[in-house]
Design a binder for this molecule. Structure first.
Ligand SMILES: [Zn+2]
Length: 90
């Protein structure tokens, strides 16, 4: 998982311009808070369908928000991931 993030950032550095992954990373908070525009949501959702690392980032972000607000109903993740994230927060 870590390696994929590193690869993505290296790719950015080589191209010297903002990639879709960077745009998605910036949209993460707005998406989780339901503040993204319809256009942003379309871009975001189509990207995470084909980009595993961004999909995982979104899942983690939603999970973190769920833990903070106490609503985990909408987030379906393996228990091992929940425990791993909880361990990281504590
Ligand atoms: Zn991506």
């Amino acid at each position: 998982m870590e390696a994929k993030f590193t690869e993505a950032y290296q790719k950015v550095a080589e191209e010297g311009k903002e990639t879709d992954c960077e745009k998605v990373a910036k949209l993460l908070n707005s998406m989780v808070d339901d503040e993204a525009s319809a256009e942003e949501q379309t871009f975001f959702n189509s990207h995470i369908e084909e980009c595993v690392s961004c999909f995982e980032s979104h899942q983690k972000q939603k999970l973190l928000k769920g833990l903070v607000s106490g609503h985990l109903k909408r987030v379906i993740v393996p228990e091992s991931l929940v425990l791993a994230i909880k361990a990281r927060i504590q």
